[in-house]
Design a protein around this ligand. Structure first.
Ligand code: SF4
Length: 237
């Protein structure tokens, strides 16, 4: 592991440590990058608390992993579950309509200085839009992304070097930890999710059933007549 990169990440955390007495709001997802972040704030000797946003569609392994490996982590529960949001929105989340991320994953830490494990290598969207330090004037929040310039190989090297734990989903072949059935994964990975976690398919179908009832009540035009039709349309997008 490149020692300079570790040192730089630590220095970033030390340099921007909030002086308001609250310390950092460190958001961890249960993924490999957030394991690194949790270790780095410890190594930097800064004040912090760990927070995890429970999405209601997390894999059971992720929920257990957070509870067992990070017992002091504060679990934040959303106001509405993914299943309620689907009913309300009248349409399932898609790659282009990720209304659920804002409600379930990105909330918390408003007015604080947050630390995230965002990395440029994860997507072109992140490469083009994310910075090491970000200021949001709307909600007075500062976000520090101390490993924004790390490659995936460096994240795993750091894991090995510091003998960090990792979410057991990686041992099942998962490349990323996220909601079960997340549309961002694409059809193949969504189907794999539902083969492995069939109960979640049942929950999506239930949500789609309620969603169709809402659409009918609102008089919205729709060509779907059953939750299964919605599911087949959605999974093949
Ligand atoms: S990870 Fe996917 S399913 Fe989960 S909240 Fe974000 S877009 Fe929605």
């Amino acid at each position: 592991m490149n020692k300079d990169k570790v040192q730089i990440a630590i220095e970033r955390l030390q340099q921007f440590e909030p002086k308001d007495g609250h310390g950092y709001y460190v958001a961890i997802s249960g993924g490999k990058d957030s394991d690194v972040i949790a270790k780095l704030v410890e190594m930097a000797g800064v004040k912090y608390e760990l927070h995890h946003n429970h999405t209601t569609a997390d894999a059971p392994q992720t929920v257990r992993y957070i509870r067992e490996q990070y017992p002091t982590c504060i679990i934040e529960y959303p106001q509405k579950s993914l299943w309620q949001l689907i009913g309300e929105q009248g349409v399932p989340p898609t790659r282009l309509m990720r209304y659920c991320c804002k409600e379930l994953k990105e909330h918390g830490g408003e007015g604080r200085t947050k630390v995230l494990g965002v990395r440029w290598q994860e997507s072109s969207g992140r490469k083009n839009n994310r910075k090491m330090i970000e200021l949001c004037y709307k909600n007075a929040t500062t976000t520090i992304n101390p490993i924004v310039d790390w490659r995936e190989s460096e994240v795993w090297e750091f894991h090995r070097e510091y003998e960090l734990p990792h979410n057991p989903l990686y041992d099942l072949g998962y490349k990323r930890v996220g909601c079960i059935g997340c549309p961002q994964k694409g059809t193949k990975a969504m189907l794999e999710d539902f083969n492995r976690f069939p109960k979640y398919k049942v929950m999506y179908l239930e949500a789609f059933k309620k969603m169709l009832e809402v659409r009918k009540k609102k008089g919205l035009e729709t060509s779907w007549t059953t939750p299964e039709e919605v599911f087949n349309w959605w999974i093949n997008l």
